[in-house]
Design a protein around this ligand. Structure first.
Ligand code: ACO
Length: 275
């Protein structure tokens, strides 16, 4: 497949009313992440990041998988055949777009429809929110073929899960379904597969109502403060809010106060101000 597969086909997307629907598109290979897919995903993220008609990015999977993790043939075996240079290049391509996703300008939602293995936990964590189908299956299968969950995956499960759950998934390679993943807080919510897209769209629309500049500062703050002391976080958040005020040329913060206090046209406790 690697010689004949067109790189542009490995990830597809459409933009519709503010939402970019991006799909892993190698269903015949269960959306395993090959070097071509990794390069294509970076190019797609590049294209979408500052488009004015995109407010939220959703990452889904074509067919029965979200992603079966790294492509064992094309990502591991074939790049290893090119020595350390090949290995480091393919690592930088995959880690590169996972990182890009973690700090993406727009809020991102993982819409997990099916299999999610190993390296797939990288983009799962890269997305700010995650909605899954009850029918989806998640697993750290690395242990089943003799490697530890690398590429940041061990860090992902330790950051997202209590130690016992992280250890269980890592050592047993056992699968969990969408409902278990939601109970464990690996994802935000689990819904039946036939409601997955509609529910994801509802959540995306909720985000589209918010101030887009504030969303970016707020999501970065959530990822950053975890490693800080309380005092560091307090200081950082004051500065982030000031930077947010500077970047928000609409002066949304003042407008939000005005619509509540002067106009009495909305209640901040119940929804977003009118942008
Ligand atoms: N790497 C390379 N090829 C893959 C991968 C993968 N991760 N996953 C699936 N494929 C390929 C299969 O080799 C097969 O190719 P073929 O049609 O040319 O023979 C095709 O996709 C379909 O796979 P099946 O196994 O036939 O599909 P099925 O639906 O029965 O099973 C499942 C799906 C459970 C996902 C299975 O394919 C599987 O176990 N894949 C590997 C999962 C995994 O361990 N990923 C690595 C995680 S570790 C890491 O990412 C670092």
């Amino acid at each position: 497949m690697s010689e004949t597969e067109n790189e542009a086909d490995t990830v597809t997307f459409t933009v519709d009313h503010g939402i970019a629907w991006v799909y892993f598109s190698r269903p015949a290979k269960r959306n395993a992440m090959s070097p071509k897919l990794n390069r294509r995903m970076m190019a797609v993220l590049d294209e979408l990041e500052f488009r004015e008609d995109v407010g939220v990015v959703v990452l889904g999977g074509e067919g029965s998988a979200w992603s079966a993790g790294m492509d064992l043939k094309e990502y591991f075996r074939e790049t290893e055949a090119n020595g350390l240079r090949g290995v480091r290049k393919s690592q930088s391509e995959s880690y590169g777009w996972f990182r890009r996703l973690r700090w993406f300008q727009k809020p991102t939602i993982a819409m997990v429809n099916g299999w999610c293995f190993g390296g797939g936990f990288g983009p799962l964590f890269g997305c700010d929110l995650a909605i899954t189908a009850d029918e989806a299956k998640f697993g750290l299968s690395e242990i089943n073929w003799g490697i530890l969950p690398g590429g940041g995956v061990t860090k992902v499960v330790v950051d997202l899960l209590p130690m016992r759950d992280a250890m269980w998934l890592t050592l047993t390679g056992e699968l969990i379904d969408g409902k278990q993943a939601a109970a464990m807080r690996l994802v935000n919510e689990s819904v039946p597969l036939d409601r997955l897209k509609a529910r994801t769209e509802d959540v995306a629309r909720m985000l589209l109502e918010k101030n887009p500049v504030t969303l970016k500062f707020a999501k970065d703050a959530v990822r950053r403060v975890g490693l800080m002391t309380y005092d560091e976080a307090e200081d950082y958040l004051v500065r982030m809010q000031e930077a947010c005020n500077f970047h928000d040329k609409t002066e949304g913060r003042k407008e939000g106060i005005r619509q509540f206090i002067d106009e009495k046209s909305y209640k901040p406790g119940l929804g977003a101000y009118d942008k």
